[in-house]
Design a protein. Structure first.
Length: 281
């Protein structure tokens, strides 16, 4: 059965129960939670076990599973002091992830751009950028292992892990530690409007090389200006959901880049494909 989810921050920030109720009212039964959606800092080092358990209880009461928890920061921030501070805060979030019932803590593999963690920089392909990413992961992976969660990395064109092949290299390098890493596979990140004509080859390759490690598939769309709500651009969702259905393990599909008013349509759009491929929500 396909679990359909949505980013919690799609909806207005507010008390956990209100956010969870809005998610469920749109049809979704899972979420990727950024703590900013419930009025807290994304990297909230002050979150107590009781705070986390209360958030988890509110989502459970609304019948929404917290699949993942955001631990997002620039993992190769050129400001080393800022990077170290962010790593320490992310460690605190990782330790609280079990209390909030999340199975994955998502991170950004980072960029050398000092102002925008999603913007490409020519130094992202340098050996030092790769070494800094490995250093950040070396600091976080033991905490993830101790907490019984995985770190989620997402190939992003502006980051060090910019495509499926870069993610595959990282997983290979990590060896046994790769079991503590999960891939969040976003097909739209791997395409542009110009390359969409070749998306069957590009996406089939990505799902083939990363499928064993994939823990979620993100759903947005590809348009000339960048990204948009699922079903409004050039992404072939028949292909995406067919590839999703063929993954070696069931993983949620989590929508993003939409507005609250569009959430019911997005749910219906994804539900139709999930039904078509036999993994019925």
């Amino acid at each position: 059965m396909t679990e359909l989810g949505v980013f919690a921050r799609v909806f207005p920030s507010g008390p956990p129960h209100r956010v969870a109720t809005a998610i469920r009212a749109a049809g979704f039964t899972a979420t990727q939670l950024n703590l900013s959606a419930v009025g807290r800092p994304t990297l909230d080092a002050t979150l107590t076990p009781q705070d986390a358990a209360a958030i988890a209880a509110a989502f459970t009461e609304a019948d929404v599973r917290i699949w993942g928890l955001s631990g997002t920061f620039n993992a190769i921030d050129p400001d080393e002091a800022a990077r170290r501070k962010a790593i320490d805060a992310c460690l605190a979030v990782i330790r609280r992830a079990p209390d909030i019932s999340a199975e994955v803590v998502t991170i950004c593999t980072g960029t050398r751009d000092p102002h925008n963690m999603w913007r490409a920089h020519p130094d992202n392909t340098s050996p030092q950028a790769w070494a800094d990413l490995r250093g950040t992961l070396d600091a976080l992976l033991p905490a993830a292992a101790a907490a019984g969660v995985r770190l989620g990395i997402e190939p992003e064109p502006g980051n060090v892990i910019r495509d499926a092949d870069a993610a595959a290299v990282l997983l290979h390098e990590l060896g046994d530690d790769a079991r503590h890493l999960a891939v969040v596979l976003d097909p739209a990140n791997l395409l542009t409007v110009d390359t969409a004509k070749d998306q069957e080859r590009i996406l089939s390759h990505a799902f083939a090389v990363l499928g064993d490690h994939t823990a979620a598939v993100h759903a947005k769309d590809v348009v000339a200006s960048g990204y948009a709500s699922p079903g409004t651009g050039a992404l072939d969702y028949d292909l995406v959901m067919r590839l999703h259905a063929a993954l070696p393990q069931p993983v949620p599909v989590i929508a993003q880049d939409l507005v609250p008013e569009d959430a019911p349509r997005v749910y219906a759009f994804l539900h139709a494909y999930a039904y078509k491929y036999g993994k019925r929500p």
